[in-house]
Write a protein that binds this ligand. Structure first.
Ligand code: ATP
Ligand code: MG
Length: 454
């Protein structure tokens, strides 16, 4: 719904205009002086300002100037009863969209408003298109040719065309948001907004008004009407990041919105309908959060119609080289450096490192090394200290008695490796088996043999 702010010091006029324009399907907000109009412009998402020229205190002309400073694209239509052509010309110079003289014909006003709103929609559409154009490179910006990444590209293409909810899980820094954007920009919704909201960063009340918006005066501090992310994402995609952190009372509300695609703003009574595709991400296994009673099962199934799991970087070492090349390319250009290589020791340390921060950490390490290296070769000293910690080779002479039996020693090592793999996989047997390169039934067999209980 398009929102129009009407500003006039004569309250009668506000009533008349609201009665005239509401039936046209616009949402009307009013102010009877320029300073409070300005606060509304600052704090809300308005599509048009219709303002009187002469007002006590701050004039319509000043309001126009201020409005162009904070929201240059929002169209402003000037109304004046004392319309001298000079004032109108001056307003047009200051980028008013148009002016009308009081008393005006209702039709004339409606047509001018329609023109301004259509124009504004086009301006926004164009901006989004050019942003989308650069964003669209992002799909090709997902780097990696490992098997799991190829499977993910395949999945992105398959799900992009549908409206199905996709949940993306994986440890921090593995590119979940990148994948969510790729789905959006590969989808028919690409020319509509991609709106992201982080569910973990806000308190329950703030998150609620962030998602659904609020009416002016809905709570202390709600000085202006605010559209929620659901409304802003209309026609496009809403990305719920860290969705597992969402407080349970909000989960109920979210479920309803997902089912019916309608909701009310906080403090509002009007029901708004939207068309939004929902993607979500979590770096925790939400099945466990469901089992612990912290995440609603019904909501989980709504969000998890399709599941994409992004493996940690250490499980796809074949992507490291491509990522390193990509990030070197990215950062060396910033510095105007020619060519940068990694020393063999650095490569070795990269393959042995566990990358707890995944691709994000790799990117940071490269950015830093590109700055610090001298002579175009990155050495261990250009990396954070954890990369220089020596990775000892298994020293048989030191650790294994010379009279040890081969069978017993191998079994001891085997048991230790299985215990460690289980620990690193949060006791998920299939993951531990994958890590060790064995089947799930084999790991179960060995667990029985060594009496390993979970
Ligand atoms: N496969 C990849 N190719 C190129 N860049 C990547 C890749 N994966 C991640 N990145 C980069 O790493 C950084 C982190 O990615 P992103 O924000 O998508 O991760 P995330 O999984 O959402 O992390 P978090 O759980 O911490 O929010 C970004 O700068 C992103 O561009
Ligand atoms: Mg993220």
């Amino acid at each position: 719904m398009e929102t129009i702010l009407i500003v006039d010091d004569e309250k009668n006029y506000l009533v008349v205009l609201e009665a005239l324009l509401s039936p046209e399907g616009y949402e009307i907000v009013t102010a009877d002086n320029a300073p409070s109009a300005l606060r509304l412009i600052e704090g809300s998402d308005l599509d048009l300002v219709l303002t009187d020229m002469k007002m006590p205190g701050m004039s319509g002309m000043e309001l126009l100037e201020e409005c162009k400073k904070i929201k240059p694209e929002v169209p402003v239509i000037m109304m004046t009863a004392y319309g001298t052509i000079e004032l109108a010309v001056e307003a047009m110079k200051k980028h008013a969209f148009d002016y009308i003289t009081k008393p005006f014909q209702n039709e004339e006003l409606k047509v001018t408003i329609r023109k301004a709103l259509d124009n504004y929609r086009l301006v926004k559409e164009n901006r989004r298109l050019s942003e989308a154009l650069s964003e669209r490179y992002r799909f090709s910006n997902i780097i990696g040719r490992s098997k799991p990444m190829l499977a993910i590209y395949d999945m992105i293409r398959k799900v992009a065309g549908s409206r199905a909810a996709v949940m993306i899980t994986g440890p921090s820094g593995t590119g979940k948001e990148l994948i969510a954007k790729a789905i959006h920009y590969e989808s028919p919704r690409r020319d509509r907004p991609f709106v992201s909201v982080s569910c973990g960063a806000l308190t329950e009340t703030l998150l609620e008004s962030e998602l659904f918006g609020h009416e002016k005066g809905a709570f202390t501090g709600a000085v202006a009407l605010k559209k929620g992310r659901f409304e802003l994402a209309d026609g496009g995609t809403l990305f719920l990041d860290e969705v597992g952190e969402m407080p349970p009372p909000l989960q109920v509300k979210l479920l309803r919105v997902l089912q019916e695609m309608e909701f009310e703003r906080v403090g509002g009574t009007k029901t708004l309908k939207v068309d939004v595709r929902v993607l979500s991400a979590s770096n925790r296994n939400l099945k466990e959060t469901v089992a612990d009673g912290l995440f609603r099962e019904d909501l989980f199934y709504r969000l998890n119609v399709i599941h994409i799991e992004v493996p940690p970087l250490r499980e796809r070492p074949e992507d490291i080289r491509l990522l390193v090349d990509h990030f070197i390319e990215k950062y060396k250009n910033d510095l105007g450096k020619e060519k940068i290589d990694l020393s063999p020791q650095v490569w070795k340390s990269f393959y042995g490192y566990l990358w707890p921060g995944n691709v994000r950490e790799l990117e940071n390490v490269i950015e830093r090394a590109v700055v610090l290296n001298s002579g175009g070769v990155v050495e261990l000293k250009d990396l954070p200290p954890e990369f220089s910690e020596k990775q000892e080779e298994l020293d048989v002479d030191r650790f294994i008695p010379s009279d040890a039996s081969l069978q017993e020693t191998l079994e001891k090592i085997e048991e230790k490796m299985i215990r460690r793999a289980l620990k690193l996989s949060d006791n998920v047997q299939s993951h531990a088996a994958d890590k060790l390169g064995i089947t799930k039934s084999l790991i179960q067999h060995k667990m029985k043999k060594y009496n390993i209980l979970l």
